[in-house]
Structure formats: structure tokens, C-alpha cells
Ligand binder design. Structure first.
Ligand SMILES: Nc1nc2c(ncn2[C@@H]2O[C@H](COP(=O)(O)OP(=O)(O)OP(=O)(O)O)[C@@H](O)[C@H]2O)c(=O)[nH]1
Ligand SMILES: [Mg+2]
Length: 310
């Protein structure tokens, strides 16, 4: 597929999957106070947050005053621009340092956020790029969790290091790192448990995994990815605060954007924390993960198709 064709597939899929999150602006009408108020309400309902929403609306109102926004089409385009501006600083793709082997990615997040699925999707992505990934099943809290990762690994042809349920997760991470090193894996992705973040022992467990990995390679984990379910709305912000304080998060993944009207939470998270937004999850299948692109995401949210460049 040509680069232009693959860009258009990327954008088409994003727009289609984000349909529930797309802000509704009636086509072909003039821009008046009522329309702007309606847009403000929608942004707040989508969990974009008060600060971001206020900023976006102030700039849109200024454009209306200057006579630049005559109709709802122009409003949509301007909205996409304003959202892009807010998202751009956080749109920093994850770059793997090829000189580091294994490059270690630790996936953390609350129960059901999409950690295991995301780790499996990433394994596929990197394998397709010609790299040799390995997975570590460090969620030993539930036997089913280990099985789930093994099934994904088999499907993707990616080795999974696992031990019996109940084993110390840090020991699994340790053994997996040694296995990845001896097999010459390019990267090791560590899946972890996600019991409630309010339980202190989960954070202690994650800190221990970090310490054990750092003993093998002082810079490991090279990426600590916090996986967040967009459907949980404002809760996402609290999770970022808590996980960041405990385990120093270096990248975010927001999942389940395909099934929610709360896509604005991506704006709130980007605007409030500035932590790099690495990927978004837009479905349950292995290829339903996209690298985060500020302009593409903003256009999908604003319902703009033209001029969207990934
Ligand atoms: N629609 C949709 N579903 C998703 C996405 N990502 C994950 N899921 C689903 O969310 C559910 C939970 O995903 P998991 O990957 O098991 O979540 P987890 O964080 O590992 O959960 P625990 O191991 O229980 O902590 C599964 O049914 C996934 O298929 C996504 O981007 N879109
Ligand atoms: Mg899991």
C-alpha cells in the first residue's frame, strides 16, 4: 500500500471508530451564541474538562467576532485547529532505542483498563516492524490473566514468559528480562495486575517490579505506559495522578475510544499533565491500536475529514 493510501486507511478507521465521540454540529447553519453554547456543553459532557473547554470557546468566540467563522463548516474546521493546539504538546510517539536490548516497556493501570490487550497489540505492531518482542505475564494475581496473555502470544507468534499464578510478579519480570537478554529480544513488554489503585499493595508491587528490572539494567523500564479506559471519564485524571506519583509514568495509552462519547478525556489528560500520549485503542482486535496523532484525533473529534494529515 502506498504511503498516501495507508494514511487514508488510518484516518478512515479513526473517524469511523470515533463516531460516538464525534461532536455534533449541524451542517449548513450559521454560527450564533446558541450554537457555541451547545458546543460548549458537548465538550464538557465529553469530559474535555472546564479549563480546556473554556480555552477552546474563548478562541472560537474571538474568531466569530473577527468575522472569520461564517458557517458551521468553518466552525468545525476551527474547532479541529483549537483541539490540535491543545493536543500537540502531548503527541510524542514512543521511540525505541535500538541500542538498548531488551528495551523494556512496563504496562500499568487499573483493573480492566486494557493493559493485556494493549501489550498484545504492541507485540504485534513491533513484530510487524521486524523486531523480536517478548511478553512477561507479571499479572500473577489471577490464573486467567496468565492464560489470556499466553493465548495472545501464541496468536501473534510472540514468546510469553509466565509462571504459576501466585508467583511474585517481580520474580516473573526478573526471569523474563534474563530470558529476553539471552534470546536477543529487542523488547520486553511486562503486563501487570490491575487491582484497584486505591489498594496500596498494588503500587508497592509495581515499585518492586521497577526495582528488580532496574537491577538488571539501570535505565529499565525504559517506558512506563499507563493504560486508561476512556469510558471511565474523569476518573482517568485521578488514575494518572496516582500512578504517576507511585511509579513515574512516561507514556499514556487511552483505550476503548471506539465505544464511548467521552473522547474529550484525551484533551483533558493532554492539557492537564503533558505526559506523552503514545497510543489510542479503538477496538478489541490486534490491529486496533494507533499511534496517537494530534491533528488526526482532533479532526475525528470535530468531524472534519479534509486536510487531516496523520
Ligand atoms: N472496544 C474496545 N475494547 C477494548 C479495548 N482495549 C481493551 N478492550 C477490552 O477491554 C477488556 C479488558 O481488557 P484487558 O486487556 O483484559 O484489561 P486489563 O487492564 O489487562 O485488565 P486486568 O488484567 O483485569 O487488570 C477486554 O474485553 C478487552 O477486549 C479497546 O480499545 N476497545
Ligand atoms: Mg490484564
Amino acid at each position: 500500500m502506498s504511503q498516501a493510501a495507508s494514511k487514508s486507511v488510518f484516518l478512515g478507521k479513526l473517524r469511523e471508530r470515533l463516531q460516538r465521540a464525534t461532536l455534533r454540529i449541524a451542517p449548513g447553519c450559521g454560527v450564533d451564541t446558541a450554537l457555541l453554547e451547545e458546543l460548549e456543553t458537548q465538550l464538557l459532557q465529553a469530559d474535555a474538562g472546564v479549563t480546556a473547554t473554556r480555552g477552546i470557546l474563548e478562541n472560537l468566540r474571538a474568531r466569530v467576532r473577527d468575522g472569520h467563522l461564517q458557517d458551521s463548516g468553518a466552525l468545525r474546521a476551527a474547532l479541529a485547529e483549537e483541539i490540535t493546539k491543545l493536543l500537540q504538546p502531548a503527541a510524542q510517539p514512543l521511540t525505541l532505542d535500538g541500542a538498548v536490548k531488551p528495551f523494556v516497556i512496563l504496562a500499568v493501570g487499573v483493573n480492566g483498563a486494557g493493559k493485556t490487550t494493549t501489550v498484545a497489540k504492541l507485540a504485534r505492531r513491533y513484530k510487524n516492524q521486524g523486531l523480536k518482542p517478548m511478553l512477561a505475564a507479571a499479572d500473577t494475581f489471577r490464573a486467567a490473566a496468565v492464560e489470556q496473555l499466553k493465548v495472545w502470544g501464541e496468536r501473534q507468534g510472540v514468546p510469553v514468559v509466565a509462571q504459576a499464578a501466585g508467583t511474585d510478579p517481580a520474580a516473573v519480570a526478573h526471569d523474563a528480562w534474563l530470558a529476553a537478554k539471552s534470546r536477543g529480544s529487542d523488547l520486553l513488554m511486562v503486563d501487570t495486575a490491575g487491582r484497584l489503585h486505591t489498594q496500596g499493595n498494588l503500587m508497592e508491587e509495581l515499585k518492586k517490579i521497577r526495582r528488580v528490572l532496574a537491577k538488571q539494567d539501570a535505565a529499565a523500564p525504559h517506558e512506563c505506559l499507563l493504560v486508561l479506559d476512556a469510558g471511565t471519564g474523569q476518573n482517568v485524571l485521578r488514575q494518572i495522578e496516582q500512578f504517576h506519583a507511585a511509579v513515574h509514568v512516561t507514556g499514556l495509552v487511552i483505550t476503548k475510544l471506539d465505544g464511548t462519547a467521552r473522547g474529550g478525556i484525551v484533551i483533558a489528560a493532554a492539557q492537564r499533565f503533558g505526559i506523552p500520549m503514545r497510543f489510542i485503542g479503538i477496538g478489541e482486535q490486534a490491529d486496533d491500536l494507533q499511534e496517537f496523532n494530534a491533528r488526526a484525533f482532533a479532526c475525528a473529534l470535530a468531524g472534519v475529514s479534509e486536510g487531516a494529515q496523520p
